[in-house]
Design a protein around this ligand. Structure first.
Ligand SMILES: [Zn+2]
Length: 385
């Protein structure tokens, strides 16, 4: 049995060569209609951007209580000093550690536990939520984003002492992770190592660990992700401002989010009810690349030099994502020129999610049309189930 699973894992990328199911979701609790599909799309969308060869295992819990102070929360697994770890004594989220090691370093454990509070008015569809609904695909992408590396081990305790890798398990009460708690690994995360103060000093070295001075540094003054190789380059060659530094510290809010002034950013608090953010910002991909992920070029731009819209993945299995401004709609034709599918952008979104699971395998052509122009973009689509 084990052998068969191994063989499948090896053969899949060779023969399917796209849209390999790189996320698995283990669901605990009842799920409303559309929940699993939206979750699957969220994973698929991250897969469109990141090279994931060791599948990501997500443990999902649904709760339903207006008393709980969150709509969704993620506890991430991690490892330090694993095989091939680029930096010693540094915590890497296990999704990234697995990727870097080239094999599962947390075998038998999930990479993250995500709790979704269904007391939140979630929208599970693929078009646009109403003004009072929270978009579930965006929320799930955000939560998964923490498990992919937007993860900090910074902490300020009740007495004002700051630390990296000394987060007490009681601080996440009543939650407990399904894997050993990594908050007390006594080291910063790889993400933490790029955080700097306005002065340019790395936060992890600006003051001694477990000191009030470090607590003050975490709490006071703007904080930035300073990624010299990729992150800054994706952000007009400047560091990316992070949440926090406003005089207080809140676990799960500060450091591990991008500052709430950043629009169109999955990992910021800029967006809320009624909004969708289903495409990572360039600086989010830059940060992930800086901490060690390899990006898929195809996720950034489709291999079609027509710049009005992008389309991915290709080949596609169940879904195609079309991104662009002022998209009017899409028509898909078979090689005989017969119209086989069409969809209009009734919500005027910058992204169309096209369901192609009913198309049989083969080559198709899509024509994407735009508002207020006779121009259109033609793309070749390969459907492979
Ligand atoms: Zn978050």
């Amino acid at each position: 049995m084990k052998k068969k699973i191994f063989l499948l894992a090896v053969l899949f990328p060779i023969f399917i060569n796209a849209q390999v199911n790189t996320f698995s979701f283990n669901i605990n609790g009842t799920t409303p209609a559309g929940f699993v599909q939206a979750l699957t799309i969220a994973g698929q969308k991250w897969s469109n951007y990141l090279q994931i060869t060791v599948p990501v295992k997500v443990n999902v819990f649904t709760v339903n209580s207006s008393l709980l102070p969150f709509s969704a929360i993620t506890l991430a697994n991690g490892r330090k000093n694993f095989a091939n770890a680029p930096q010693p004594n540094t915590l890497y989220v296990s999704t990234l550690a697995n990727q870097i090691a080239g094999s599962e370093v947390n075998s038998g454990q999930y990479d993250m536990d995500i709790y979704f509070n269904l007391a939140t008015s979630y929208y599970f569809g693929t078009s646009k939520p109403s003004a009072s609904q929270s978009d579930f695909i965006s929320t799930a992408m955000h939560e998964i984003g923490h498990g992919l590396g937007f993860y900090s081990d910074g902490y300020v305790d009740g007495s004002g002492k700051g630390s990296f890798g000394n987060i007490p398990p009681s601080s996440i009460f009543p939650l407990t992770p399904s894997f050993p708690w990594r908050g007390q690994d006594s080291v910063p995360s790889i993400y933490d190592k790029y955080i700097v103060k306005v002065s340019g000093n790395p936060l992890t070295t600006v003051a001694p660990d477990n000191s009030t001075a470090l607590g003050d540094s975490i709490k006071n003054g703007a904080l930035y992700f300073n990624g010299p190789l990729y992150a800054n380059a994706s952000h007009s060659n400047t560091p990316v401002r992070l949440a926090g530094g406003a005089g207080t510290y809140t676990l799960g809010v500060d450091l591990l989010h991008i500052h709430n002034t950043y629009a169109n950013t999955i990992m910021s608090y800029y967006w809320g009810a009624g909004d969708t953010v289903r495409t990572p910002a360039p600086w989010e991909l830059g940060i992930l690349k800086e901490i060690g992920w390899n990006l898929k070029a195809v996720g950034l731009k489709e291999n079609n030099n027509y710049s009005l819209a992008t389309s991915f993945p290709n080949p596609a299995n169940t879904t195609i994502f079309i991104n662009g401004k002022n998209i009017h709609g899409i028509r898909i034709y078979n090689p005989q020129g017969e119209l086989v599918h069409e969809m209009y952008n009734e919500f005027k979104a910058d992204e169309l999610i096209v369901d192609i699971k009913n198309l049989s395998e083969g080559i198709y052509f899509s024509r994407i049309t735009f508002e207020n122009t006779s121009q259109s973009a033609v793309k070749k689509i390969i459907v492979k189930h």
